[in-house]
Ligand binder design. Structure first.
Ligand SMILES: *[C@@H]1O[C@H](CO)[C@@H](O)[C@H](O)[C@H]1NC(C)=O
Ligand SMILES: *[C@@H]1O[C@H](CO)[C@@H](O)[C@H](O)[C@H]1NC(C)=O
Ligand SMILES: *[C@@H]1O[C@H](CO)[C@@H](O)[C@H](O)[C@H]1NC(C)=O
Ligand SMILES: *[C@@H]1O[C@H](CO)[C@@H](O)[C@H](O)[C@H]1NC(C)=O
Ligand SMILES: *[C@@H]1O[C@H](CO)[C@@H](O)[C@H](O)[C@H]1NC(C)=O
Ligand SMILES: *[C@@H]1O[C@H](CO)[C@@H](O)[C@H](O)[C@H]1NC(C)=O
Ligand SMILES: *[C@@H]1O[C@H](CO)[C@@H](O)[C@H](O)[C@H]1NC(C)=O
Ligand SMILES: *[C@@H]1O[C@H](CO)[C@@H](O)[C@H](O)[C@H]1NC(C)=O
Ligand SMILES: *[C@@H]1O[C@H](CO)[C@@H](O)[C@H](O)[C@H]1NC(C)=O
Ligand SMILES: *[C@@H]1O[C@H](CO)[C@@H](O)[C@H](O)[C@H]1NC(C)=O
Length: 481
């Protein structure tokens, strides 16, 4: 019955052209309306928060920062919430520790400390923002291996997120951000309004078993990520950002007297060295005596318009050894890979392997500099000459480079046993002074471009000596290019 009636109704309706016409109008308008709504919807995709990705459970206990009264409005100061959360987690160490989830929002805070067996998890669109009024930043004693605040004598500002004497720390997330609001600090630094050394964004001292991954660090007041005298540190899938100009000393990662460390799969573009391996400064670093060693740095894209992509030093007075730097792209930078030191530093830089490093639009590619004369005070020992040796450059490529190599040793600090193999670097303009050396001893295996300086011996691919130059002390350094 129903079917019959239904059909008849449709039949009656369509029997009239007028009705059909009306129907077409209705259909047309409906389509137009739906189409428009889709556009508006598409537009809103960029504004409406998507359903947030579920956060993984990485510890037996998990907390939400809001459980501790935090408000993510970018204005409320949440230091107490962070402190209470860390205190709560500090009681759970024996039971596997705790995870502190930072949900989407802007979480303003003064500096706070981490605890052992803790995971800090930053959800997508979570931003921890460091308060930029130095009144809120506690002062800490200078690092023992530096003696000084580094910029000023005496104490220094602590770091926004700090940890010391800890074990088993994870800082990770769905690419949430820790933002140091460095602008205010850089300005005060330039205007000489600060009486103490600026604080790093993230500093972990005397600790072990550390994993930092999948987050973004930006606009640190000073060095961005500073692991100090730590063991077993992994840093991966990171984005580290600061303006490429006028963001003084915003190094990306500074492994300092650390051992067993991996930095990989990350992007760093900052206002100073992207990475600088250190181990203390002159007499203080020599006395502290902790080297940086067993470090692997790989699969990075780095950029530094002011300084260099990957540095070792200049503070290296505890020694630096056994470092592998591979699969690195340095782009639009002042310098590519640099070792820097000076008389007074003492110790050594040795057993350093560079492999598959590409320079794209870099002023000077490879640098060894032995007169980086910046000292904490006049108490350094001028006779404390660092030893620079056993350095290997392999598969070095690039284009748009002005000086491929500048290795400047000296009578007191000669550079020993460097080797080159498989290098081809496209030069930007000049054809002279593009491979500069002084007091450098070592060899080249096979042919490389540009042609090596006269200081180096030549070997064939089989490692047989082809030509012994024997003029290791020859000097051809030209800072004008
Ligand atoms: C944290 O709590 C807030 C407010 O109660 C909530 O909106 C958010 O979904 C929670 N996030 C997590 C990761 O539990
Ligand atoms: C973190 O702990 C260190 C060492 O106990 C202390 O000097 C520093 O003031 C603490 N920082 C904060 C913000 O509480
Ligand atoms: C993480 O966020 C940064 C800054 O917004 C962005 O540049 C980067 O591409 C993001 N990384 C991933 C894997 O989404
Ligand atoms: C720095 O020291 C001067 C002189 O003691 C003082 O007037 C000034 O307030 C201090 N500045 C800061 C930022 O502490
Ligand atoms: C290094 O730390 C990781 C955690 O980041 C841990 O899983 C691993 O067991 C540690 N390795 C050693 C040798 O202690
Ligand atoms: C971390 O980042 C990498 C590379 O972007 C990605 O493959 C991985 O899934 C991320 N891990 C988490 C937990 O989001
Ligand atoms: C050098 O470092 C690598 C990677 O950290 C490590 O596997 C190796 O054992 C170290 N070599 C020496 C001689 O310590
Ligand atoms: C060399 O490094 C680049 C990154 O600069 C990477 O894309 C490439 O896969 C690496 N090549 C090898 C053979 O590992
Ligand atoms: C020269 O350095 C290489 C590492 O680049 C090392 O294997 C070799 O033993 C060193 N040679 C001498 C004579 O020290
Ligand atoms: C070359 O320099 C070394 C030290 O760097 C020195 O021992 C040696 O005597 C010098 N040789 C010449 C010929 O000057």
């Amino acid at each position: 019955m129903w079917r019959f009636h239904h059909r008849r109704w449709i039949h009656t309706l369509f029997s009239s052209y007028k009705t059909l016409f009306t129907l077409l109008w209705v259909f047309g308008f409906t389509s137009l309306f739906l189409w428009q709504r889709n556009i508006v919807d598409g537009f809103f995709i960029f504004r409406r928060p998507l359903p947030s990705r579920p956060l993984p459970h990485l510890r037996p206990f998990a907390f939400n920062l809001t459980d501790f009264g935090a408000v993510g409005d970018g204005v409320t100061i949440n230091t107490k919430a962070f402190e209470n959360a860390v205190f709560t987690i500090s009681k759970l160490g024996k039971r596997g520790g705790g995870q502190l989830n930072i949900p989407a929002g802007k979480w303003l805070t003064a500096p706070f400390n981490l605890t052992s067996h803790m995971t800090l998890f930053l959800a997508e669109d979570a931003v921890i923002i460091g308060i930029d009024d130095e009144k809120y930043w506690p002062l800490m004693p200078p690092l023992p291996s530096y003696g000084y605040g580094r910029e000023h004598p005496g104490p220094r500002y602590g770091s926004l997120i700090h940890g010391q004497n800890l074990k088993d720390i994870v800082i990770t997330g769905h690419n949430g951000t820790i933002n140091g609001q460095g602008q205010a600090w850089w300005k005060k630094y330039r205007q000489k309004l600060l009486n103490h050394t600026r604080g790093p964004l993230l500093q972990i001292m005397w600790s072990s078993d550390i994993l930092i991954s999948n987050i973004t660090l930006r606009d640190s007041p000073f060095w961005t990520l500073h692991p100090y005298d730590c063991k077993n540190v992994t840093i991966r899938h990171m984005t580290i950002l600061a303006p490429i100009f006028e963001a003084p000393n915003t190094d990306g990662i500074d492994p300092d007297s650390c051992e067993d460390m991996v930095i990989e799969d990350s992007y760093i573009s900052v206002g100073d060295d992207a990475i600088a391996i250190k181990s203390g400064w002159d007499q203080y670093g020599i006395a502290y005596g902790r080297p940086s060693k067993n470090i692997v740095i790989r699969n990075l894209i780095v950029r530094s318009m002011v300084s260099s992509g990957i540095s070792i030093g200049s503070e290296m007075s505890g020694g630096v050894s056994n470092v592998t730097i591979e699969n690195i792209l340095v782009w639009d930078s002042r310098r590519g890979v640099r070792i820097k030191t000076a008389a007074g530093r003492g110790a050594y830089v040795k057993d350093i392997k560079y492999r598959n490093v590409t320079f794209e639009n870099v002023r000077v590619g490879i640098i060894i500099k032995t007169d980086y004369n910046e000292h904490p005070d006049m108490g350094f020992n001028r006779e404390a000459f660092p030893v620079i040796r056993d350095i290997r450059y392999e598969s070095i490529h690039g284009e748009g480079v002005r000086v491929a190599v500048r290795m400047q040793g000296s009578l007191e600090i000669p550079v020993r046993n460097v080797s080159f193999r498989d290098m081809s670097v496209g030069m930007r303009d000049k054809k002279k002074h593009i491979f500069q050396c002084s007091y450098v001893e070592g060899g080249v295996i096979g042919s490389i471009f540009p042609a090596p300086c006269v200081n180096l011996d030549l070997y064939d691919e089989q490692g047989l000596l082809v030509k012994k130059y024997g003029s290791a002390n020859a000097s051809d350094i030209d800072y004008d290019i």
